[in-house]
Design a protein around this ligand. Structure first.
Ligand SMILES: [Zn+2]
Length: 323
Protein backbone atom coordinates (compact mmCIF):
# COMPACT_ATOMS: atom_id res chain seq x y z
CA UNK A 1 0.00 0.00 0.00
CA UNK A 2 1.16 3.49 -0.68
CA UNK A 3 1.04 4.37 2.99
CA UNK A 4 3.94 1.95 3.52
CA UNK A 5 6.15 4.29 1.54
CA UNK A 6 8.23 6.70 3.55
CA UNK A 7 8.11 10.21 2.11
CA UNK A 8 7.51 11.02 -1.59
CA UNK A 9 3.99 12.21 -0.78
CA UNK A 10 3.66 14.39 -3.88
CA UNK A 11 4.68 11.57 -6.21
CA UNK A 12 2.24 9.21 -4.57
CA UNK A 13 -0.58 11.71 -4.95
CA UNK A 14 0.36 12.06 -8.60
CA UNK A 15 0.33 8.28 -9.15
CA UNK A 16 -2.94 7.87 -7.29
CA UNK A 17 -4.44 10.58 -9.44
CA UNK A 18 -3.24 8.73 -12.53
CA UNK A 19 -4.93 5.58 -11.21
CA UNK A 20 -8.15 7.37 -10.31
CA UNK A 21 -8.52 9.06 -13.66
CA UNK A 22 -7.32 5.89 -15.40
CA UNK A 23 -4.89 7.90 -17.49
CA UNK A 24 -2.15 5.32 -17.42
CA UNK A 25 0.88 6.20 -19.55
CA UNK A 26 2.80 3.49 -21.37
CA UNK A 27 6.10 4.44 -19.75
CA UNK A 28 7.23 6.25 -16.64
CA UNK A 29 10.70 7.36 -15.71
CA UNK A 30 11.43 7.61 -11.99
CA UNK A 31 14.58 9.68 -11.60
CA UNK A 32 16.38 10.45 -8.35
CA UNK A 33 19.37 9.52 -6.18
CA UNK A 34 20.07 5.82 -5.51
CA UNK A 35 18.48 4.09 -2.55
CA UNK A 36 15.78 6.67 -2.18
CA UNK A 37 12.69 4.49 -2.54
CA UNK A 38 11.98 4.62 -6.29
CA UNK A 39 11.72 0.85 -6.60
CA UNK A 40 9.39 0.51 -3.64
CA UNK A 41 7.07 3.16 -5.06
CA UNK A 42 7.22 1.42 -8.46
CA UNK A 43 6.25 -1.92 -6.89
CA UNK A 44 3.34 -0.32 -5.10
CA UNK A 45 2.23 1.27 -8.35
CA UNK A 46 2.44 -2.13 -10.07
CA UNK A 47 0.35 -3.65 -7.29
CA UNK A 48 -2.23 -0.87 -7.47
CA UNK A 49 -2.48 -1.31 -11.25
CA UNK A 50 -3.31 -4.98 -10.83
CA UNK A 51 -4.94 -5.15 -7.40
CA UNK A 52 -8.02 -7.39 -7.41
CA UNK A 53 -9.60 -5.27 -4.70
CA UNK A 54 -9.37 -2.45 -7.23
CA UNK A 55 -11.39 -4.40 -9.79
CA UNK A 56 -14.04 -5.36 -7.25
CA UNK A 57 -14.48 -1.86 -5.97
CA UNK A 58 -13.69 -0.34 -9.34
CA UNK A 59 -11.71 2.82 -9.56
CA UNK A 60 -11.21 5.10 -7.76
CA UNK A 61 -9.54 2.65 -5.43
CA UNK A 62 -6.10 3.81 -6.50
CA UNK A 63 -4.06 1.74 -4.09
CA UNK A 64 -2.85 -1.79 -3.45
CA UNK A 65 -4.68 -3.80 -0.80
CA UNK A 66 -1.62 -5.97 -0.02
CA UNK A 67 -3.99 -8.86 0.70
CA UNK A 68 -5.43 -10.11 -2.58
CA UNK A 69 -3.74 -12.87 -4.57
CA UNK A 70 -2.36 -10.40 -7.09
CA UNK A 71 -0.79 -8.12 -4.46
CA UNK A 72 0.67 -11.11 -2.63
CA UNK A 73 2.12 -12.59 -5.79
CA UNK A 74 3.77 -9.29 -6.68
CA UNK A 75 5.20 -9.03 -3.17
CA UNK A 76 6.57 -12.55 -3.49
CA UNK A 77 8.01 -11.77 -6.90
CA UNK A 78 6.01 -14.46 -8.71
CA UNK A 79 3.25 -12.59 -10.50
CA UNK A 80 3.49 -13.63 -14.16
CA UNK A 81 2.70 -10.13 -15.42
CA UNK A 82 4.98 -8.11 -13.19
CA UNK A 83 8.74 -8.27 -13.61
CA UNK A 84 11.74 -6.41 -12.30
CA UNK A 85 14.65 -6.28 -14.72
CA UNK A 86 18.07 -5.37 -13.39
CA UNK A 87 21.38 -5.02 -15.21
CA UNK A 88 23.22 -8.32 -15.44
CA UNK A 89 26.70 -7.46 -14.25
CA UNK A 90 27.76 -3.99 -15.28
CA UNK A 91 25.24 -3.55 -18.07
CA UNK A 92 21.66 -4.12 -19.04
CA UNK A 93 22.11 -6.04 -22.25
CA UNK A 94 20.26 -6.48 -25.49
CA UNK A 95 19.33 -10.09 -24.67
CA UNK A 96 17.46 -8.88 -21.61
CA UNK A 97 15.62 -6.30 -23.70
CA UNK A 98 14.75 -8.88 -26.39
CA UNK A 99 13.33 -11.19 -23.74
CA UNK A 100 11.28 -8.30 -22.35
CA UNK A 101 10.00 -7.50 -25.84
CA UNK A 102 8.88 -11.07 -26.42
CA UNK A 103 7.10 -11.25 -23.07
CA UNK A 104 5.48 -7.85 -23.09
CA UNK A 105 3.95 -8.31 -26.53
CA UNK A 106 1.68 -11.03 -25.11
CA UNK A 107 -1.50 -10.16 -23.28
CA UNK A 108 -1.46 -10.14 -19.49
CA UNK A 109 -1.99 -13.62 -18.06
CA UNK A 110 -3.63 -12.71 -14.78
CA UNK A 111 -3.53 -8.98 -14.22
CA UNK A 112 -4.95 -5.94 -15.97
CA UNK A 113 -1.49 -4.76 -16.96
CA UNK A 114 1.88 -6.18 -17.69
CA UNK A 115 4.22 -4.08 -15.59
CA UNK A 116 7.94 -4.11 -16.22
CA UNK A 117 10.16 -2.28 -13.78
CA UNK A 118 13.64 -1.68 -15.19
CA UNK A 119 16.19 -0.61 -12.59
CA UNK A 120 19.35 1.41 -13.26
CA UNK A 121 18.39 2.10 -16.87
CA UNK A 122 21.42 4.39 -17.21
CA UNK A 123 23.35 1.13 -17.41
CA UNK A 124 21.57 -0.01 -20.56
CA UNK A 125 24.27 -0.38 -23.20
CA UNK A 126 23.77 1.29 -26.57
CA UNK A 127 22.46 -1.70 -28.54
CA UNK A 128 20.04 -2.45 -25.71
CA UNK A 129 18.91 1.16 -25.52
CA UNK A 130 18.35 1.36 -29.27
CA UNK A 131 16.36 -1.82 -29.24
CA UNK A 132 14.37 -0.67 -26.23
CA UNK A 133 13.45 2.53 -28.05
CA UNK A 134 11.32 0.48 -30.43
CA UNK A 135 9.23 -0.74 -27.51
CA UNK A 136 8.85 2.79 -26.24
CA UNK A 137 7.81 3.99 -29.67
CA UNK A 138 5.14 1.35 -30.06
CA UNK A 139 4.26 0.13 -26.60
CA UNK A 140 2.02 -2.92 -26.59
CA UNK A 141 -1.43 -2.36 -25.12
CA UNK A 142 -2.11 -3.13 -21.46
CA UNK A 143 1.52 -2.72 -20.55
CA UNK A 144 3.28 -0.24 -18.32
CA UNK A 145 7.03 0.28 -18.27
CA UNK A 146 8.58 1.87 -15.22
CA UNK A 147 12.18 2.93 -15.73
CA UNK A 148 14.27 3.77 -12.69
CA UNK A 149 17.43 5.83 -12.88
CA UNK A 150 19.83 7.62 -10.60
CA UNK A 151 21.48 9.32 -13.54
CA UNK A 152 18.86 11.03 -15.65
CA UNK A 153 21.42 12.92 -17.72
CA UNK A 154 23.12 9.72 -18.88
CA UNK A 155 19.98 8.52 -20.68
CA UNK A 156 19.42 8.92 -24.40
CA UNK A 157 17.24 11.99 -24.98
CA UNK A 158 14.97 9.82 -27.12
CA UNK A 159 14.34 7.54 -24.14
CA UNK A 160 13.75 10.46 -21.79
CA UNK A 161 11.27 12.13 -24.09
CA UNK A 162 9.09 9.04 -24.44
CA UNK A 163 8.47 8.57 -20.74
CA UNK A 164 6.46 10.50 -18.24
CA UNK A 165 9.11 11.84 -15.88
CA UNK A 166 8.60 11.63 -12.13
CA UNK A 167 11.43 13.06 -10.07
CA UNK A 168 12.36 11.75 -6.65
CA UNK A 169 14.13 13.88 -4.06
CA UNK A 170 15.82 13.04 -0.76
CA UNK A 171 13.31 13.08 2.07
CA UNK A 172 13.55 16.13 4.33
CA UNK A 173 15.19 15.17 7.62
CA UNK A 174 12.23 15.93 9.85
CA UNK A 175 9.83 13.98 7.63
CA UNK A 176 12.12 10.97 7.52
CA UNK A 177 12.71 11.07 11.25
CA UNK A 178 9.00 11.29 12.09
CA UNK A 179 8.02 8.58 9.64
CA UNK A 180 10.69 6.24 10.99
CA UNK A 181 9.18 6.67 14.44
CA UNK A 182 5.62 6.32 13.16
CA UNK A 183 6.03 3.50 10.65
CA UNK A 184 8.96 1.51 12.01
CA UNK A 185 8.32 2.23 15.69
CA UNK A 186 11.95 3.08 16.39
CA UNK A 187 12.93 5.31 19.28
CA UNK A 188 13.47 9.01 18.74
CA UNK A 189 17.22 8.75 19.35
CA UNK A 190 17.54 5.91 16.88
CA UNK A 191 15.40 7.74 14.30
CA UNK A 192 17.63 10.79 14.64
CA UNK A 193 20.73 8.65 14.17
CA UNK A 194 19.39 6.80 11.16
CA UNK A 195 18.27 10.03 9.54
CA UNK A 196 21.69 11.55 9.97
CA UNK A 197 23.52 8.53 8.58
CA UNK A 198 21.15 7.92 5.69
CA UNK A 199 21.36 11.39 4.18
CA UNK A 200 17.64 11.28 3.39
CA UNK A 201 17.85 8.04 1.41
CA UNK A 202 14.99 5.82 2.52
CA UNK A 203 16.55 2.57 1.33
CA UNK A 204 19.64 3.30 3.36
CA UNK A 205 17.50 4.29 6.35
CA UNK A 206 15.56 1.02 6.23
CA UNK A 207 18.77 -0.93 5.97
CA UNK A 208 20.18 0.90 8.96
CA UNK A 209 16.98 0.42 10.95
CA UNK A 210 17.39 -3.35 10.61
CA UNK A 211 20.96 -3.33 11.80
CA UNK A 212 21.60 -4.02 15.41
CA UNK A 213 24.83 -2.11 15.53
CA UNK A 214 22.97 1.14 15.44
CA UNK A 215 21.58 0.28 18.86
CA UNK A 216 25.12 -0.05 20.06
CA UNK A 217 25.96 3.31 18.54
CA UNK A 218 26.38 4.91 21.92
CA UNK A 219 29.45 2.87 22.79
CA UNK A 220 32.66 4.60 21.89
CA UNK A 221 34.14 3.05 18.73
CA UNK A 222 37.13 0.86 19.65
CA UNK A 223 39.45 2.80 17.45
CA UNK A 224 39.02 5.95 19.55
CA UNK A 225 39.95 4.11 22.73
CA UNK A 226 43.66 4.13 21.98
CA UNK A 227 43.87 0.49 20.89
CA UNK A 228 47.06 -1.54 21.06
CA UNK A 229 48.83 -2.36 17.80
CA UNK A 230 47.79 -5.97 18.24
CA UNK A 231 44.11 -4.99 18.06
CA UNK A 232 44.26 -3.21 14.73
CA UNK A 233 43.57 -6.30 12.64
CA UNK A 234 40.51 -7.12 14.71
CA UNK A 235 39.24 -3.54 14.40
CA UNK A 236 39.89 -3.48 10.65
CA UNK A 237 38.07 -6.77 10.26
CA UNK A 238 35.07 -5.49 12.19
CA UNK A 239 34.97 -2.38 10.02
CA UNK A 240 35.23 -4.57 6.96
CA UNK A 241 32.18 -6.54 8.06
CA UNK A 242 30.21 -3.39 8.83
CA UNK A 243 31.51 -0.55 6.68
CA UNK A 244 28.62 1.64 7.88
CA UNK A 245 30.49 1.90 11.16
CA UNK A 246 32.76 4.35 9.36
CA UNK A 247 29.84 6.78 9.23
CA UNK A 248 29.23 6.34 12.93
CA UNK A 249 32.91 6.95 13.54
CA UNK A 250 32.65 10.16 11.54
CA UNK A 251 29.73 11.37 13.65
CA UNK A 252 31.74 10.71 16.82
CA UNK A 253 34.67 12.67 15.45
CA UNK A 254 32.36 15.47 14.38
CA UNK A 255 30.93 15.60 17.89
CA UNK A 256 34.46 15.65 19.33
CA UNK A 257 35.31 18.63 17.13
CA UNK A 258 32.15 20.43 18.19
CA UNK A 259 32.87 19.79 21.86
CA UNK A 260 36.42 21.08 21.37
CA UNK A 261 35.04 24.26 19.88
CA UNK A 262 32.71 24.74 22.83
CA UNK A 263 29.61 24.16 20.75
CA UNK A 264 26.20 23.99 22.36
CA UNK A 265 25.22 20.48 23.46
CA UNK A 266 22.06 20.52 21.35
CA UNK A 267 24.11 20.37 18.15
CA UNK A 268 25.67 17.07 19.12
CA UNK A 269 24.57 13.74 17.68
CA UNK A 270 25.29 12.11 21.03
CA UNK A 271 24.28 14.79 23.53
CA UNK A 272 23.97 12.21 26.30
CA UNK A 273 27.65 11.36 25.81
CA UNK A 274 28.86 14.87 26.48
CA UNK A 275 31.23 13.86 29.28
CA UNK A 276 32.81 10.99 27.38
CA UNK A 277 33.16 13.20 24.33
CA UNK A 278 34.87 15.91 26.32
CA UNK A 279 37.29 13.38 27.74
CA UNK A 280 37.95 11.79 24.34
CA UNK A 281 38.39 15.16 22.65
CA UNK A 282 40.94 16.28 25.24
CA UNK A 283 43.25 13.49 24.07
CA UNK A 284 43.47 14.83 20.53
CA UNK A 285 44.23 18.14 18.87
CA UNK A 286 41.72 19.73 16.51
CA UNK A 287 44.09 19.08 13.59
CA UNK A 288 44.38 15.42 14.57
CA UNK A 289 40.61 14.99 14.64
CA UNK A 290 40.30 16.68 11.25
CA UNK A 291 43.03 14.44 9.88
CA UNK A 292 41.18 11.37 11.19
CA UNK A 293 38.05 12.50 9.42
CA UNK A 294 39.97 13.07 6.21
CA UNK A 295 41.56 9.61 6.46
CA UNK A 296 38.16 7.99 6.98
CA UNK A 297 36.62 9.80 4.01
CA UNK A 298 39.54 8.79 1.80
CA UNK A 299 39.14 5.20 2.92
CA UNK A 300 35.40 5.32 2.21
CA UNK A 301 36.24 6.47 -1.31
CA UNK A 302 38.71 3.63 -1.74
CA UNK A 303 36.15 1.09 -0.55
CA UNK A 304 33.65 2.32 -3.12
CA UNK A 305 36.20 1.62 -5.81
CA UNK A 306 36.50 -2.04 -4.83
CA UNK A 307 40.04 -1.66 -3.56
CA UNK A 308 41.28 -4.51 -1.33
CA UNK A 309 39.09 -3.43 1.55
CA UNK A 310 40.80 -5.19 4.43
CA UNK A 311 44.13 -3.68 3.48
CA UNK A 312 42.66 -0.19 3.05
CA UNK A 313 41.01 -0.42 6.48
CA UNK A 314 44.18 -1.70 8.15
CA UNK A 315 46.11 1.21 6.71
CA UNK A 316 43.43 3.58 7.94
CA UNK A 317 43.47 2.16 11.46
CA UNK A 318 47.26 2.30 11.55
CA UNK A 319 47.25 5.95 10.47
CA UNK A 320 44.74 6.77 13.15
CA UNK A 321 46.46 5.11 16.05
CA UNK A 322 49.92 6.39 15.19
CA UNK A 323 49.28 9.85 13.80
ZN1 LIG B 1 -4.63 -6.23 -3.86
Amino acid sequence: MFNQVIGHQKNIELLQNILRTNKIAAAYLFAGPPNIGKEFVAINFAKALNCLEGSVRHFPYADACDKCLSCRKIDDGNHPDVRIIRPEGAWMKIDQIRLLQRQISRRPLEGRYKVYILTDVERMNLPAANSFLKTLEEPPGASVLILLTSNYNALLPTIRSRCQLIRFFPIPKTVLQNQLIEKLKVTETKAKQITLLSGGRVGKALELAKEEYIDAESTIPDILNRPQIIEIFKIAEELNNQPETLDILLTWLRDMLLVKQGCNIEFLTYPDKFNELTQLASGYSRIQIQDFMKTIMETKNLLQRNINSTLALEVMVLKMISP
